[in-house]
Design a protein around this ligand. Structure first.
Ligand code: SF4
Length: 340
């Protein structure tokens, strides 16, 4: 399902790019209000709008803009660079990592100067002198729900297919993958799906496709021969977590087979939170049932001075052993990239 915004704002400079003009026309044709913003003009905010209402409205608003492509941020450890394609996401996952990074009004923004962005990527690849360089396309967004009108993934996948030392990767919870299955990708794009147990999806991942649809999309991607993978995150190690995750992994096995012969990875990330993230989550989702009790976690100081609350060491160890065993038994052809 493509994201259908209630309102679209287009930065004047985005209209210098064909993609910007096409997206504006696409929404005008559909009767969605499209407003052009001058250089210093902000997206207007209705008077007396509270934080929660503003958050919801922002996630229903598309901003068409450009990004400074002079330099890419690093994306360690899983990739060398962030590839900026979009930011924000129309879904409402209560635990979302973007809650703290995108501020109180996380508009869905798409960057239309893709030719500039790919020209910068080309320069990084040329500088690397043949060494493989990997670019991550989902550091600040889920790029798939806007693909119907941006066509950015289509062009990025095609670009990397022709670059011998270029690799692209992104992650999504969305499922509208049909047009991407017909591209010549040359095995240079890794297509990962974010999944979780049915209980977690229902409780916390509002506005995302259910797991069976994500698995069906993965099957199409496997058939198209893409390197692919799952990010299982965040892992909630609470209640019946062992039987819930075992059931999920067995469902994957039933639907997708043992993944032998596929270039397939698992990335496993346990739930963690900071004091700041907790405060933001409680403001946006005051009745959340997310496990946010610092008393049940170990505290680890981060490199920038603020700390995170992780599960206790013995629980993490137990989970690591369980997931290694599950992946080894059910998916002998797959690789566990990391468990954190
Ligand atoms: Fe955040 Fe991903 Fe959920 Fe979007 S789908 S709200 S990016 S966690």
């Amino acid at each position: 399902m493509a994201f259908e915004p209630e309102a679209v704002f287009v930065r004047e400079r985005a209209l210098d790019w064909p993609r910007g003009r096409e997206i504006a026309a696409y929404f005008r044709d559909r009767g969605v209000p499209v407003t052009v913003l001058g250089p210093r003009q902000r997206v207007p905010v209705p008077p007396l709008e509270g934080p929660r209402r503003g958050y919801i409205r922002a996630k229903r608003t598309l901003v068409v803009t450009t990004v400074n492509a002079a330099r890419f941020l690093p994306s360690k450890p899983s990739a060398d660079y962030q590839l900026p394609l979009s930011s924000g996401c129309p879904s409402f996952c209560e635990y979302c990592y973007l809650q703290t990074t995108l501020g109180k009004r996380p508009y869905v923004q798409v960057y239309v100067n893709l030719e500039e962005i790919l020209s910068r990527a080309r320069a990084y690849l040329d500088e690397a002198g043949g060494r493989i360089r990997t670019f991550e396309g989902s550091c600040t967004s889920d790029p798939l729900p806007v693909e119907t009108y941006t066509r950015a993934l289509r062009d990025v996948i095609t670009f990397f297919a022709s670059r011998p030392n270029g690799r692209f990767r992104f992650v999504t919870k969305y499922t509208d993958v049909g047009p991407l299955t017909r591209l010549a990708h040359n095995g240079h794009t890794r297509f990962r799906f974010s999944i979780n147990t049915d209980r977690v999806v229902r409780a916390y991942e509002h506005g995302t496709p259910p797991v069976p649809q994500r698995l069906a999309a993965l099957r199409l991607i496997l058939e198209a021969g893409y390197p692919s993978g799952f990010i299982v995150a965040p892992l909630f190690l609470e209640g019946d977590w062992k039987s819930d995750y075992e059931a999920l992994f067995h469902l994957i096995r039933q639907t997708c087979g043992d993944l032998r012969g596929a270039d397939f990875t698992f990335e496993l990330i346990t739930h963690r939170f900071t004091d700041r993230a907790k405060a933001t989550i409680l403001e946006m989702f005051p009745h959340t049932s997310l496990p946010l009790d610092p008393g049940r976690r170990q505290y680890r100081r981060g490199q920038f001075g603020y700390g995170k609350y992780l599960y206790p060491r013995d629980v993490l160890k137990e989970a690591e052993v369980l997931f290694e065993d599950l992946i080894g038994r059910l998916f002998p052809g797959a690789r566990l990239d990391y468990f954190v």
